[in-house]
Design a protein around this ligand. Structure first.
Ligand code: ADP
Length: 267
């Protein structure tokens, strides 16, 4: 099977990288609906990768609800050099590009839809000097609208991770997301179920406050590996709200071996 990068050269449809950057692998994080913790899990993947010694960047493609800069406590406007945008860099060294970092005021609303939003994300790929990266994560907008589809079609994405939560009653939403992914011909690396349970800090009992987990069932039905079942952790909420996610050291059960394998375990 040809890789996404081969498909770029075969079809000429996808954006290729530019000479300034050397990005080894691009992984998109998607969800069927908003609020399941897609940006939080993207951030946790970035943390795990960067603590492992990998060079990591994030494109916050959730144009109308960008939260990655807030989670990482980054608010410095993006600068340009030689006609290219320079990503903001977090205290832990993660490079970030987000619409929020281009606005005059970070709480200015963005009312763009469809092609305009998709076009902005393409620029985040080709007009940014990403330098050397092992992994570039793309936090896609939720759902299966035009924007995530156009991002998957036009950027050289090597794999997709689907985030879900036990609130996604039935498998319909996940299935829709998976259909969209398969239409773009990009492999799904796996599924993560977020907010699966909460552990009582006193008795350590686990409570399924959003209902029983569908993680194993969902992964089996769509035929992809289950990469993690992540509990609700109020420490994660607190640090993310304060822009200090890089201070989070909670043990999160996210299987990283597929990620590392993408780069031949080279970082
Ligand atoms: P999405 O990107 O899917 O819209 P977010 O990642 O922004 O969702 O998460 C929505 C809210 O839920 C945020 O306040 C975030 O801090 C919180 N949250 C997400 N996952 C967890 C978790 N596992 N434990 C605690 N809080 C979480």
């Amino acid at each position: 099977m040809s890789s996404p990068r081969d498909r770029i050269s075969e079809t000429g449809e996808k954006q290729s990288s530019h000479n300034d950057s050397n990005v080894k692998k691009v992984v998109a994080i998607m969800s069927g609906k908003g609020g399941v913790g897609k940006s939080s899990i993207t951030s946790l993947f970035a943390l795990k990768l960067s603590r492992h010694g990998c060079k990591v960047g994030i494109i916050d493609a959730d144009i109308t609800g960008p939260s990655i800069p807030k989670i990482f406590g980054v608010n410095k406007r993006i600068e340009t050099s030689g006609g290219k945008m320079l990503p903001a860099v977090t205290s832990g060294g993660v490079k970030i590009v987000s619409m929020n970092l281009l606005l005059e005021q970070e709480d200015d609303p963005i009312l763009w839809k469809g092609p305009k939003a998709g076009g902005a994300v393409k620029q985040f790929w080709k007009d940014v000097d990403w330098g050397e990266l092992d992994y570039l994560l793309i936090d896609l907008p939720p759902g299966t609208s035009d924007v995530p589809l156009s991002v998957l079609k036009s950027l050289p994405v090597d794999g997709i991770i689907v985030i879900t939560s036990p609130q996604d009653l039935a498998l319909m939403v996940v299935k829709k997301a998976v259909k969209m992914a398969s239409r773009s011909g990009i492999p799904i690396l796996g599924l993560v179920e977020n907010m699966s349970y909460i552990k009582c800090p006193h008795c350590q009992e686990e409570y399924d406050i959003f209902g029983p987990s569908h993680a194993k069932e969902s992964a089996a039905v769509i035929g992809v590996p289950l990469l993690g079942v992540v509990p609700i952790d109020t420490e994660l909420t607190r640090l993310s709200d304060q822009g200090k996610v890089e201070e989070y050291w909670g043990e999160v059960d996210l299987r990283m071996n597929l990620f590392f394998a993408l780069c031949d375990n080279s970082c």
